[in-house]
Design a protein around this ligand. Structure first.
Ligand code: ACO
Length: 425
């Protein structure tokens, strides 16, 4: 039968429909598998499982293609603004000038954070990791907006999240430095405002460097969405229980923090620093990574679940790292170590045969460092970039009225046992 797949199990054959996405991705629809056959699937790490249909982001890991709503990442990085891309992801189309002006102005006028929320910062230790603070404060936002479950106000919650995340992020940094927190300023645009809150001090003038603004614009666009990755799937899963948007995004921040996901950008720089301190011999580290099972060492910034040729974002970022460092006149030996490591790994059969290439996190930290952003803020930068994607995916999931996410399992524990009283154990 056309457009169906047959499965024979326990002597019976069952038919399942197949489906195809707009970019010809093929899938078996097994929604009724358990009902029909009594079997479930086992797919640890969801390597083959499509959790949803989505019209937001397309990527082809074999060809190295990434598109938001049909627009290629290369075009968007070269021609769009971060907020324009945010609008595209969330609302499906590039904004007209009028739509953009309203969106930008709404965000500009919601950047202030409730003063009571500001007091929460005082309860954290000064050396708290800013990702922990960010996740907590985003979750706390739900307490400050009791209308959070009113679906008519979703657009306003979206504006609040986009507007306040940079304020919260920079305040966590300022507190860790023991510096006064800077308030947002309506005369500044999104990226200028972030930089001003991050770097301005009351004792001297701070001027936003347009080279830095442009570099951040590109980096944020490259991070803005990546279909059903770990943090986005987390946002969708949490939201599928009808948890509010702030709680769902807060869960996404926590998922992003892990070193196998967004936390890799911090790990990369720490790894490159270690290599430098150890004399700069990249081959030693390539060998350690090849023996990951005994050394426990991975090359952070290398490998990707879906990209098996190259990560198109890494290509853009590598070039941007060269451009930004030269425009800013920064000579960072870490960049040479990164390039040496990449070359050594790409010529090594271990990495070639496993299709391990630099990912988006491999060079992004080098740019952040050149822009003056401290290492423990790298993953926070990723979160600011990824926010529009999380929002778009949360909104799509709710609008499509997706059911609650609830995987099955294969139970491997003891079968039924009689209870043993404590004196007989
Ligand atoms: N260094 C050394 N070996 C690696 C690396 C690495 N960075 N990544 C994968 N491998 C090896 C594994 O040991 C495994 O080898 P084996 O077949 O001999 O057992 C093989 O390559 C396949 O690796 P998996 O872990 O099965 O691949 P998976 O798709 O599950 O993992 C991941 C992808 C988590 C990104 C992995 O490549 C990794 O840990 N990379 C380093 C962390 C990192 O940079 N994460 C950021 C990813 S991008 C992002 O989230 C924004």
């Amino acid at each position: 039968m056309a457009n169906s797949a047959d499965l024979t199990v326990d002597g019976k054959t069952y038919s399942f429909p197949t489906l195809e996405g707009t970019e010809n991705e093929k899938a078996f629809d097994i929604s009724n598998l358990r009902d029909q056959t009594g079997y479930v699937t086992l797919d640890r790490g969801y390597k083959n499982t499509g959790a949803t249909k989505s019209a937001i982001t397309f990527l082809d890991g074999e060809k190295g293609i990434l598109q938001y709503r049909g627009y290629s990442i290369e075009d968007l990085a070269a021609k769009a603004s971060f907020l324009g891309v945010a609008y595209l992801l969330i609302y499906g189309e590039l904004p007209t000038q009028t739509q953009y002006d309203k969106f930008e102005s709404d965000i500009r006028h919601h950047t202030m954070v409730n003063e009571d929320m500001r007091k929460i910062f005082d309860g954290f230790p000064v050396d708290a990791h800013p990702m922990g603070v960010l996740s907590s404060l985003v979750s706390a936002m739900s307490a400050f907006y009791p209308d959070v479950n009113d679906e008519d106000n979703t657009d306003l919650h979206i504006i609040r999240l986009l507007a306040k995340l940079p304020t919260i992020a920079t305040w966590s940094y300022k507190r860790s430095k023991g510096h006064p927190m800077n308030y947002p300023q309506n005369k500044l645009d999104y990226i200028q405002n972030f930089l001003n809150m991050m770097f301005a001090l009351p004792v001297e003038d701070y001027t936003v460097d347009p080279v830095v603004v442009e570099a951040l614009n590109v980096l944020l666009i490259l991070h803005a969405d990546h279909e059903q990755n770990c943090s986005t799937s987390t946002v969708r899963l949490v939201g599928s229980s009808q948890a509010n948007i702030y709680s769902s995004i807060s869960a996404g921040v926590s998922a992003l923090w892990g070193p196998l996901h967004g936390g890799a950008n911090q790990e990369v720089i720490e790894m490159l620093e270690n290599i430098k301190a150890d004399g700069g011999d990249v081959s030693k580290y390539v060998e350690m990574a090849k023996n990951a099972k005994s050394t426990g060492f991975r090359l952070y910034g290398f490998g990707h679940r879906v990209y098996k040729n190259f990560d198109p974002r890494a290509k853009i970022i590598k070039k941007a790292a060269d451009d930004v460092l030269s425009k800013l006149g920064v000579n960072d030996p870490i960049l040479d170590i990164a390039k040496g490591l990449e070359e050594a790994a790409l010529n090594d059969d271990y990495f070639v045969s496993r299709k391990l290439y630099p990912n988006v996190d491999f060079y992004s930290g080098i740019i952040y460092r050149a822009l003056g952003i401290p290492t423990n803020m790298f993953t926070v930068m990723f979160a600011i970039g990824r926010l529009p994607g999380w929002i778009a995916q949360w909104k799509e999931m709710r609008e499509n009225k997706e059911p609650i996410g609830r995987p099955r399992q294969i139970y491997t524990g003891p079968t039924h046992r009689e209870f043993v009283p404590v004196e007989k154990r």
